[in-house]
Ligand binder design. Sequence first.
Ligand code: DAH
Length: 340
Amino acid sequence: MQELITQYFSEIDRFTAVNADELEQFRIKYLSKKGLIPSLFDEFKNVAPELRREMGQALNELKNKAQDKINLLREQLEANTTEVKSGIDLSLPVDFSQAGSRHPLSIVRNEIVQIFSRIGFIVAEGPEIEDDWHNFSALNFQPDHPARDMQDTFFIGKDPEIVLRTHTSSVQIRAMEQRKPPLREIYPGRVFRNEAISARAHCIFHQVEGLYVDHDVSFADLKQTLYYFAHEMFGEGTQVRFRPSYFPFTEPSAEMDVSCFVCGGKGCPICKYSGWVEILGCGMVDPSVLENCGINSEEYTGFAFGMGIERITILKYRIQDIRLFFENDVRFLKQFSGVV
Ligand code: DAH
C-alpha cells in the first residue's frame, strides 16, 4: 500500500490537462467512488493496527493532493478560456500606435497658461463648490442680481447658500484673501450654469480667469497684456478692440474682440460677417472688491479678465457643436491626436 501511495503521489504531481475532458478523466481515475484513492481507503481496514496512524495520514494527504491539483487545473483552464474568448493575449507586447490624445479643451487651456506664464503669471485653482460670498457677494453682485436666480445657478445648499461656481471669478476672491499683492495669477477651471443644453450652450464649461494687482496698475497695463495675449494666441497680425461693458466686480469694464483669425477681418460665417469675434470680459478691479478681500484700495489697483475656453476652442478648430466636448466620442477626440 505504501508503494501505491508513493506512486500515485508522483503521478498526480506530474499530471497536466490540456482541456476539461482530460481533467475529468483524471478525477474519475483517482477520486470517483471506484477510483484508485477510494479503493485504497477500502483496503485500509486490512492495515495492521500499528501502521494505521501513519498510513491514514498518508492516504489523507494523497486525497488532498489530488483534490488540490484538480482545483488548480480547473482554475487555469477557466482563465485560459476567458482569455481566448475576450481575444486578449496578455503575453503580447503593448501596441503603442494606440496612444491617446489630449482633449481639445486641454490643448487650448495649456496654450493659454503657457502664454501667460511667459509674462510671469502663475497658475492657481479654487473649489468648484462655492459659497455665496466667493461666487457673488464679494464680487459686488447685489442680492437681487439675476445671476443668483435659480434659472442660472445650481444651488446645492440653502442657509448658508452653497452653489456650483458660475464663473472662475470666485478664485480671484480666494487669492486676494489668501495672498497679498503683488498678485499676477491665472485661474483655469470648470464652471456650471443651469442652461438648457444645445449645440451652442452647455451647463458645464471652462474658463480662464486672470488677475493682476500691484501698485500703479492701470488700464494701459490691462490693454497691453491682453494685446500680447491676442497676438500669441491668434497670430501676429491680430487686431484687438475694447467695447465698454458692465460687470459688477470691475470698473470700468470692457469686452475684448479680436479681428477674425479665420478671414482676417474681411467677414466670414465664423465672425458672422462682422470681421470681429468676442473673446473675453475684463476691467479694472472695483476698489470695493479689493476692500472686501482686505486689500487697501488707496494703495493698490488691479485688472482682471475672464475668457471661455470652449468659445476659443470652437473658433480655433471650427467645432459646430459644444456637446462634442463632453460626449467622449473617440472619433471626435482622435482628430486631435498629435497636437500637444
Ligand atoms: N466672470 C465673467 C463671466 O463669467 C467673466 C469676467 C468678466 C471675468 C470680466 C473678469 C472680468 O475677471 O474682469 O461672464
